[in-house]
Each structure stands twice: as structure tokens, then as C-alpha cells.
Design a protein around this ligand. Structure first.
Ligand SMILES: Cc1ncc(COP(=O)(O)O)c(C=O)c1O
Length: 316
């Protein structure tokens, strides 16, 4: 897994095993035909207790079930089963820092392209420090010549491995052209999202988000940041609507939001500077509000933080 070695204990099909044993079989449709869905979940060190809590675990697992349904998987593990597996894994590992959990649900066995099972579940976790430099300085994006996959071809709403070829192509192009990452437009030419994050813009005091019908992943971070904005005084209005390409260049601020990207300022798009070329005040305020929520420094909505500490005690 990119970014550092996994913690020593992993999970595979109902059993806790050494992390190096968590491998997917070559002949599985989950490998060859990408019949595979996943979630990436962050654990943060809490501001007060210094313990670790997982952010919006239940909702990530609900999305995993929905993604599995879209792909037609059989015997989809329940949210409760996956929650127990995830917390069991965290309890068995020496986790005392910010971390990241990857859960993959896939078609195992050696069936054909349309095989629905057997369903495999694999989980690994690893430390994941925040990329403070990038959060402070922001990133530069290229509007890709690759189009975002359409809902009636490869639905972005499902967090399916297959969808990431689209983001990979756009990301490779952006990197080759000297940018940090890409922004994708829909087939209709509207703004969709980045390869691994959703996008928000600020115009005339309003925070604007492309709608969930813009071939985006229905991001929990997008939902969290919109909730932060509705609660705080960073903007006058929060609007979900179609965003035109040229609004990217006209926006006073642009940010990428996602579990991995957190709330990352965008300071340049194509050859244009966003605002004055530095992260803007709304982005800064939303970053602060977001980090206060994920670290439990401000009161979050019920159920958004699942402490790992308690589970450690419970499993002893
Ligand atoms: C394509 C894509 N869009 C958006 C997001 C953000 O989703 P979330 O905030 O639920 O992590 C991700 C994952 O982080 C993603 O891979």
C-alpha cells in the first residue's frame, strides 16, 4: 500500500492474519475484471484523549455495501460484520498515530466476468501522517482532456476499483504536464471531480459544489465540509449545482476534499492563478473546522467518531 508499510496484523475472509498474507488470488474476477469495491477510512488522534477514533466509519461501510450491490456481488458482508472486523484489526495492531484503513470487497474464486461470488473481504491499515506542506501551500491542477466516466457506463457513485483507471489516466497526464493533479469534466463538459477527491469552489461569498449527479463519488468529506460551512460563518450560502469549466478560472477559491486530500487548497488551474495564488480565507476556515471535527476538538454529529481505545479494552 502506498505511503508506508501496513501494521503487522491484517484481515482476510473472517480471519486475522499476518499482513503479508493478505493477498488477492490471480484468477479471481476481482483481479482480472476489477469486480472489486473498496473504502479508505482515516483514523485520527483525538485532541483531548490522544486516543484514535475512526471518522465516519459507519457511513463508509454503508457506502461499501451500496457499492457492492451496484457490482452485483453475492453474500455481501453486513455493516456490522465489517465494523467488527475493522475494529478487531485496529485492536490487534499497535496504532497510536493518525492512520488509514483500506477495506476491499471483491469477487474471489476463479469464475467468469459475471461471477457474483464467492465474495472476499480484505483489510489492512497503516500509519498515515497528514501532508502538512500540501495542506498549507495548496496544489495546481490541470483540467484533463480525459472525460469523467459516465453513470451509464461505469458509475462513479460506486467506489469501484475499475473507476480508478479514469482517474489514473487523468493523473498521469497532469503529472507529465507538470501539475500536481487533475480535474475531470463530465461528458457534457461540466465540472465533475478530481481523481481521488471532490471539488468545491467559492464565488461571491457562496460555497458551490458540483451536484452528486455530476459523475462524482458521493464523498463523505464533501458532505462534512458542506456541513461545516452551513454551521460556521465562512460563507453566506452553500449551493449544490452544476459548475461550468470557466467558473474554475473565475472562482476566488477552489479546494479539493476527500478522505485522502482532506481539505486541500487549489492555487492554480491550467495556466490560471486561483485568487491571489495562495490558499484563501474560506478554505483556511473550512480546514480549521474540518480538523476540529475529525480530531474531536469540536462537537461532531452523533456517531461520526468511533473510538478505537474502547474497542481495545473490550477485546482484552
Ligand atoms: C474519486 C473520488 N472522489 C471523491 C473521493 C472523496 O470521498 P470521501 O470523502 O468519501 O473519501 C474519493 C476518495 O477519497 C475518490 O476516490
Amino acid at each position: 500500500m502506498a505511503g508506508g508499510p501496513a501494521y503487522p496484523v491484517g484481515y482476510l475472509d473472517g480471519t486475522f492474519v499476518p499482513a503479508e498474507h493478505v493477498r488477492l488470488p490471480l484468477l479471481a474476477p476481482g483481479v482480472t475484471y476489477a469486480a472489486s469495491v473498496f473504502e479508505g477510512i482515516r483514523g485520527y488522534r483525538m485532541a483531548d484523549t490522544q486516543g484514535i477514533a475512526l471518522f465516519r466509519l459507519g457511513e463508509h461501510l454503508e457506502r461499501l455495501v451500496r457499492s457492492s450491490e451496484v457490482l452485483g456481488l453475492d453474500e455481501i458482508p453486513s455493516v456490522e460484520e465489517m465494523e467488527a472486523a475493522t475494529l478487531g484489526l485496529m485492536a490487534r495492531n499497535p496504532v497510536d498515530e493518525d492512520c488509514y484503513i483500506r477495506i476491499q470487497v471483491y469477487v474471489a474464486g476463479d469464475g467468469e466476468m459475471t461471477a457474483r461470488g464467492p465474495t472476499g473481504v480484505a483489510i489492512l491499515a497503516r500509519p498515515r501522517p497528514q501532508l502538512t506542506e500540501r495542506l498549507r501551500q495548496g496544489v495546481r491542477c490541470q483540467v484533463s482532456s480525459w472525460r469523467r466516466i459516465a453513470d451509464n457506463a461505469s458509475p462513479a457513485r460506486a467506489k469501484a476499483a475499475a473507476n480508478y483507471l479514469n482517474g489514473r489516466l487523468a493523473g498521469l497526464q497532469a503529472r507529465a504536464d507538470g501539475y500536481d493533479t487533475a480535474l475531470l469534466l463530465t461528458e457534457a463538459g461540466d465540472v465533475s471531480e478530481a481523481p481521488g477527491a471532490c471539488l468545491l469552489i467559492v464565488r461571491d461569498g457562496a460555497l458551490i459544489a458540483p451536484p452528486v449527479t455530476a459523475d462524482i463519488l458521493e464523498s463523505l468529506t464533501r458532505d462534512t465540509v458542506l456541513a461545516c460551512a452551513r454551521q460556521g460563518g465562512a460563507v453566506q450560502e452553500v449551493i449544490e449545482r452544476t459548475v461550468d469549466r470557466t467558473e474554475l478560472y473565475a472562482a476566488s477559491e477552489v479546494m479539493l476534499v476527500g478522505t485522502g486530500m482532506e481539505v486541500t487548497p487549489v492555487v492554480g488551474i491550467d495556466r490560471f492563478t486561483v485568487g491571489d495564488g495562495y490558499p484563501g480565507p474560506v478554505t483556511r476556515q473550512l480546514q480549521d473546522a474540518y480538523f476540529a471535527w475529525v480530531r474531536g476538538a469540536a462537537t461532531t454529529p452523533e456517531g461520526w467518531l468511533t473510538p478505537v481505545e474502547k474497542q481495545l479494552e473490550a477485546s482484552e
